[in-house]
Design a binder for this molecule. Structure first.
Ligand SMILES: NCc1[nH]cc(CCC(=O)O)c1CC(=O)O
Length: 313
């Protein structure tokens, strides 16, 4: 095997570290490598420094990636492990998402000490979330609930529930499972009710275009079905110019050689929304995503998108 020390860049959050170690362990198992072949390099990003306000207010996507991408371009790291959900649709020149790991549970989790699901909450009950998509989806399903801004790690969120700050909160099932915290999930919310964010549940690995040694290693752990779903979802987001600032949801599911995509754009207060479902060949995943975005644009009209943008500033 090669003898070069491989530097894996990651954020320092518990979830990010779990994902970096999962990637390393898969590489070790697939290529017969050892722990000594790798170094995990923790990089602090702007998103990690902002703790006092919703991330959508601080500039949305890219907040968790810029410093890590700089380290890739400088050669301080050889690959970067990310949650696909946090990745902007445009990458810096010279970098690519060269690998996707098999996707985890894509659903959002309802978490509460008092209620079993969103529909079972009484009028006026409070849901804590800082995601514009989750806020809009809660309001769409239950306009009578109150949504408040809520951030922090799993323990902090549970503590806030105990303190009565909110009656329920929402998190991705995938992250909770990777942290071994699935026991905090009161109930997963099915995707036909609560469409996930583009990329939810999928770990992706970014590397330098043309780095043959790294691409070769990553090819061994790459999951093509997940990659197709992500190509479709990210094409949808790219055409709609989505960011953390806009409540957009999208999910592609491959079944054999077919792929079905559903997308949704909402006003942040959930009062209006447009959705689209498009099916096609899994080999044309990206085209399905582009078509879905264009059809949604046509269906919703420019005025709706202008209203979404205005409400999200
Ligand atoms: N925005 C933060 C973020 N990025 C990825 C995940 C969860 C893991 C995943 O979706 O892959 C989370 C937390 C959450 O939304 O619960």
């Amino acid at each position: 095997m090669q003898s070069k020390l491989i530097k894996i860049g990651t954020r320092g959050s518990k979830l990010a570290l779990a994902q970096a170690y999962e990637t390393r362990n898969r590489l070790m198992a697939t290529h017969g490598m050892g722990e000594d072949d790798f170094e995990i390099v923790v990089i602090k990003t702007t998103g990690d420094r902002i703790l006092d306000r919703p991330l959508s207010e601080a500039g949305g996507k890219g907040l968790f990636t810029k410093e890590i991408e700089d380290a890739l371009l400088d050669g301080r790291i050889d690959m970067a492990v990310h949650s696909s959900k946090d990745m902007p649709t445009w990458l810096p020149d010279g970098l690519e998402l060269s690998c996707f790991l098999p996707r985890e549970d894509v659903r959002d989790a309802f978490i509460s000490r008092k209620y079993t699901c969103l529909t079972d909450m009484p009028e006026g009950a409070v849901v804590g979330t800082s995601s514009l998509r989750r806020q809009a989806l809660v309001k769409k399903l239950r306009p009578d609930l109150k949504v408040i801004t809520y951030r922090g790690n799993v323990q902090r969120r549970l503590q806030k529930l105990d303190e009565g700050v909110a009656d329920a909160t929402l998190l991705a099932c995938a992250g909770l499972k990777r942290l071994g915290d699935e026991d905090v999930i009161t109930a997963p919310i099915e995707v036909d009710q609560f469409l996930p964010a583009v990329g939810q549940g999928a770990i992706t690995i970014e590397s330098r275009i043309g780095d043959e040694m790294i691409s070769g290693l990553l090819a061994g752990i790459h999951h093509e079905t997940t990659a197709k779903e992500l190509a479709c979802e990210r094409a949808f987001l790219r055409v709609l110019d989505g960011s953390c600032r806009t409540p957009i949801a999208g999910l592609a599911q491959v079944d054999g050689d077919r792929l079905t995509f559903s997308g949704l754009v909402l006003l942040p207060d959930g009062s209006e929304h447009y959705d689209i479902t498009v099916a096609g060949s899994a080999d044309e995943a990206e085209m399905v995503g582009v078509n879905a975005a264009n059809r949604l644009k046509e269906k919703a009209g420019e005025a709706f998108f202008a209203a979404v943008l205005a409400a999200c500033q």
